[in-house]
Write a protein that binds this ligand. Structure first.
Ligand code: UD1
Length: 446
């Protein structure tokens, strides 16, 4: 599993590695999906609530997990990897309630340590979060929610400081269904005095996974997965250690579904929960994709019987089409017949991939949060850069479907969230290799 101390990577320190894809091969075969990045990071943070060991299974080997491991290690937590894809977290000896080091600012999910530290120690300090550069991504809802529970919160010099003698249950209504704010408030309410309700809560499967994890720890949470969550506070002494398997990653799964469709392949994807991305599957079927679910936990993609047709896409909170799949879907629409409108409603700046898809020949007009994609017959390989995690996935999909070679730079974005992407794609017959930029094979120029 992860190295003990991964070197922090940022846009300022470009990765020396590059992904080379020779496109045009339909993907064939079977792959298995790992645990959800957007769940495991929150479970790791929530493990801080309890002073007994927590074992997580189905943990993806991705850099965001290594970074979160460092974030909690810096608080005194013992993090080990007893087996492949397993993590043992023992927070009995937390020595620090302030998380402000360079690992914290690399990733937005580190903000989730705020609630468990506050709930357990009555104080916590966390740097304002980093993460992909896809918009403003404020934390006002997190703060309002914690204040409603009785915390005093101060933001100075980019650091959020929260304190509370005790947290008391409250009725909280979010302006927008924020995933992170729902998680932070839900965790803080686990040991608050009395009853908390969260209205207009986020309904993502990762919220349900976190609630299931907390309930298995001894919490009393109802309604996760709907827009109203009720949490009855329990004494901290009621919480116990536990072993828990992370929910499959719906975004990873959908990325491979889209890649299979884009290449006209025949691929079976195992260990998935198709109902967690039904809106995407339905949209792909409307495009003409040939998708079946041979079992409740697998999906098969076979070559489409007709050419794929354009579709309009609007990203929405769950159960709508996730913003995290907007870029991968756009890569597919680049070669669908007709014009598609893609509207991004969650983030104000999530079209960084557009310019790179255009380099590959795509015809895309962007105006504010809307892009119109006019399908062309084939994309052509080019040298492009991953500007964020899901942009990286989009460029991989585009490269797999394109004529010729595509070179993708800034791979550290991709490594944040895709476990063994090249190995999985190679096992499906893709011609994809990671190379050092300073050691490209003879004849290869970028
Ligand atoms: C999580 C996911 C991310 C996904 C997003 C939406 C993780 C680690 N990341 O991010 O992959 O794209 O959900 O499904 O789980 N907002 C505020 N104030 C707040 C909180 C959020 O204005 O206090 C805004 C954000 O700027 C954004 C929108 O609400 O425009 C949605 O954010 P949120 O649902 O909180 O997403 P994250 O939890 O950051």
């Amino acid at each position: 599993m992860p190295p003990a101390t991964p070197a922090p990577q940022t846009d300022a320190t470009p990765a020396a590695e590059i992904l080379m894809i020779e496109g045009g091969q339909p993907l064939h075969g079977e792959i298995t999906i790992g645990g959800a990045k957007n769940s495991v990071l929150k479970l790791m943070a929530a493990a801080l609530l309890v002073d007994a060991p927590v074992t997580l299974k189905n943990v993806p080997n991705i850099s965001d997990v290594w970074v979160m491991a460092e974030v909690i290690r810096h608080l005194g937590v013992d993090v080990t990897n007893p087996a492949d894809n397993q993590m043992r977290i023992d927070a009995h000896n937390v020595t620090e309630t302030s998380a402000t080091n360079e690992y914290v600012t690399q990733m937005r999910a580190s903000f989730n340590v705020l609630a468990p530290l506050l709930a357990r120690y009555g104080k916590a300090q966390v740097s304002l979060p980093g993460g992909c550069s896809i918009g403003k991504r404020g934390v006002d809802l997190h703060i309002k929610g914690l204040e409603a529970l009785g915390a005093t919160v101060d933001v100075t010099h980019g650091v959020v400081t929260a304190s509370a003698d005790k947290l008391i249950g409250a009725d909280i209504v979010f302006d927008v269904p924020s995933v992170g704010a729902t998680e932070n408030v839900m965790v803080a309410a686990v040991t608050a005095e009395g009853k908390t309700t969260i209205s207009n809560a986020a309904q993502e499967p990762e919220i349900t996974d976190l609630a299931n994890f907390l309930n298995a720890m001894g919490a009393d949470i109802h309604g996760a997965g709907t827009h109203e969550i009720t949490i009855f506070g329990v004494p901290r002494t009621q919480l116990t250690g536990l072993s828990y398997e992370v929910v499959p990653d719906r975004i990873e799964a959908a990325t491979y579904v889209i890649a299979a469709v884009a290449t006209g392949g025949d691929v079976t994807i195992n260990r998935v929960r198709p109902q967690h991305f039904q809106a995407v599957l339905s949209k792909l079927v409307e495009m003409g994709a040939n998708i079946t679910t041979p079992t409740p936990t697998s999906i098969r993609i076979q070559p489409a019987k007709t050419t794929l047709t354009a579709q309009n896409i609007t990203t929405l909170p769950y159960p709508g089409i996730p913003t995290d799949l907007q870029a991968p879907l756009m890569a597919l629409l680049c070669t669908a017949t007709g014009s598609s409108m893609v509207k991004e409603t969650i983030y104000e700046n999530r079209f960084n991939h557009v310019g790179h898809l255009r380099r590959m020949g795509a015809s895309i007009e962007q105006d504010g949060n809307t892009a119109v994609v006019t399908g062309i017959e084939r994309l052509s390989g080019a040298t492009v850069s991953a500007t964020d995690l899901r942009a990286a996935a989009a460029l991989v999909i585009a490269g797999l479907a394109a004529d010729g070679a595509t070179f993708i730079r800034q791979l550290h974005h991709m490594d944040r969230g895709y476990d063994g992407l090249e190995a999985k794609l190679r096992s499906l017959g893709a011609n994809i290799h990671r190379l050092r930029e300073d050691a490209l094979p003879k004849g290869v120029t970028l």
